[in-house]
Design a protein around this ligand. Structure first.
Ligand code: NDP
Ligand code: 8G0
Length: 459
């Protein structure tokens, strides 16, 4: 990792993976995998381009566009597009790197990639969004395709933007194909794709709870702290409520909304109200002052939920963005009684936070917190994208029940794979739960490394 430009988020993601491989018995058993790690850490290709578009005042606007085509050993590059002012190459490389191993864990044939732009969709008109998407895809369409690279949405990119981009791809390439996922239902989208990431996180945590309590407990009665209020947070919250848990917080980039008392939960209706304002890209703060919300919730400007919950926390689901749990917040979650933390967001925890969680797991044994990294816990989103690709290729549409049951099975397999791999390569101390971060990293990495070896990518 020497002589590299300064890429802090990518370095963080690389070190997180590399340290779990180093601290396991993997390199003792297979020293040749050190070479594979060096090779897999360099993207196969990075595309960077200029996006020029016209705003509603007829002014020229310029943004940067990117696609990191990180690894295609297991299938076409696959991963979302992020539109957010913070987007840069370091962030997209970290996301693309994690995507490689996550996609391997789904068991489907997908490589890893990520892209996006520093374009800020907030405060833009529908026409501005459309003109930006058309301009972005005019360049990106040269580099993607159903068998080459299949993007989707991520932060700041919803079904609306996917639609504008799909339309432009189809026009320029004269090809109707499954080149994007997260499409609309009448034009090739899969049922359950919008729900998949949030539902999948909750399905994954159901297995954690079942395993850690020997089948004695479930989501029923659990108090669940969630951050974010976008796609992932909304559907995670709805599934928690469906399973009998209480959602005690949500948040956005401007602040956190938490229950005032120790009783109760966000209701399905309240989550739908928040979802409706997010379609218009408004802030939670606008709702917080209404009578319906201010009587039940406290809004804390500029805060994250973790240290602001009144009463006990059983489960934490960071679902907004990277590095949204610090080391101190990790300690506060443990002090509040939290036993399960699973990332809906990618790299939701800082390395300090992971170190706190992992130390607690290995020393406090059955009373400890159990941490699941995003590349395992949030794999349901890309998994259903893989199912959308399969449906597009076969020109069929599966029912909600069919897709949901496949999603459940993929999350179960992902959990069991991480668990079994941890037991094999990263034996926990006696009485402690296995490390899901080590197990998932090793399982994803070895699958990709073996395929790359078969292809002659390293020897
Ligand atoms: P959305 O754009 O729908 O929602 C993002 C949420 O996070 C919003 O509440 C937003 O607040 C908040 N947020 C965004 N950036 C920041 C920031 N810098 N600081 C604080 N809060 C922030 O995105 P998704 O729900 O799709 O994505 C959330 C996370 O889940 C991301 O890490 C994404 O990569 C990951 N993920 C998403 C998948 C998917 O299928 N969508 C699949 C797997 C992982 P505001 O509304 O104020 O902007
Ligand atoms: O469907 C996808 O390819 C996709 C979209 C957004 C995020 C992710 C992810 O796994 O982080 C995947």
């Amino acid at each position: 990792m020497s002589n590299l430009p300064y890429e802090p988020e990518f370095e963080q993601a690389y070190k997180e993976l590399a340290s779990t491989l180093e601290n396991s018995t993997l390199f003792q058993k297979k020293p040749e995998y050190r070479k594979a790690l060096q090779v897999v850490s360099v993207p196969e290709r990075v595309v960077q381009f200029r996006v020029v578009w016209e705003d509603d005042n007829q002014q020229v606007q310029i943004n940067r566009g990117f696609r990191v085509q990180f690894n295609s050993a297991l299938g076409p590059y696959k991963g979302g597009l992020r539109f957010h002012p913070s987007v840069n190459l370091s962030i997209l490389k970290f996301l693309g790197f994690e995507q490689i191993f996550k996609n391997a864990l789904t068991g489907l044939n997908m490589g890893g990639g990520k892209g996006g732009s520093d374009f800020d969709p907030k405060g833009k008109s529908d026409n501005e969004i459309r003109r930006f998407c058309v301009s972005f895809m005019t360049e990106l369409c040269k580099h993607i395709g159903a068998d080459t690279d299949v993007p989707a949405g991520d932060i700041g990119v919803t079904g609306r933007e996917v639609g504008f981009m799909f339309g432009q791809y189809k026009k320029i390439r004269n090809s109707w194909e499954g080149v994007l996922t997260g499409k609309g239902g009448s034009w090739g989208g899969s049922l359950i794709r919008p729900e998949a990431t949030g539902y999948g996180v909750v399905y994954y945590v159901e297995h954690m709870i079942k395993y850690a309590t020997q089948g004695k407990e479930s989501f029923a009665g659990k108090r669940v702290a969630i951050s974010g209020s976008g796609n992932v947070a909304q559907y995670a919250a709805l599934k928690v409520i469906e399973l009998g848990g209480s959602v005690v917080s949500l948040s956005d980039s401007q602040g956190a909304l938490v229950l005032k008392g120790e009783e109760g939960s966000f209701t399905e209706e309240e989550i739908n109200t928040i979802a409706a304002i997010k379609v218009e890209r408004k802030q939670i703060s606008e709702l917080a002052n209404t009578e319906a919300f201010s009587s039940k919730f406290k809004y804390i400007p500029g805060a994250r939920p973790w240290t602001n919950i009144v009463g006990r926390i059983d489960v934490a689901l960071p679902s907004a963005t990277q590095n949204e749990v610090s080391g101190d917040e990790a300690k506060a979650l443990i002090a509040a009684g939290c036993k399960f933390i699973a990332e809906g967001s990618n790299m939701g925890s800082t390395q300090d936070a992971i170190d706190v969680f992992e130390a607690d797991r290995d020393t406090k044994k059955s009373e400890a917190i159990w941490y699941a990294p995003g590349k395992a816990a949030n794999a349901g989103g890309v998994a259903v994208s893989g199912l959308e690709m399969a449906q597009n290729s076969a020109r069929v549409n599966w029912t909600r029940e069919e897709v949901d049951s496949r999603l459940k099975k993929i999350m179960e397999d992902c959990f069991n794979n991480g668990l079994a791999t941890a037991k094999e390569y990263a034996t926990p101390s006696k009485g402690a739960l296995p490390s899901l971060v080590a197990g998932s990293n090793i399982a994803g990495f070895t699958k990709v490394a073996e395929a790359m070896k078969d292809h002659g990518d390293w020897w």
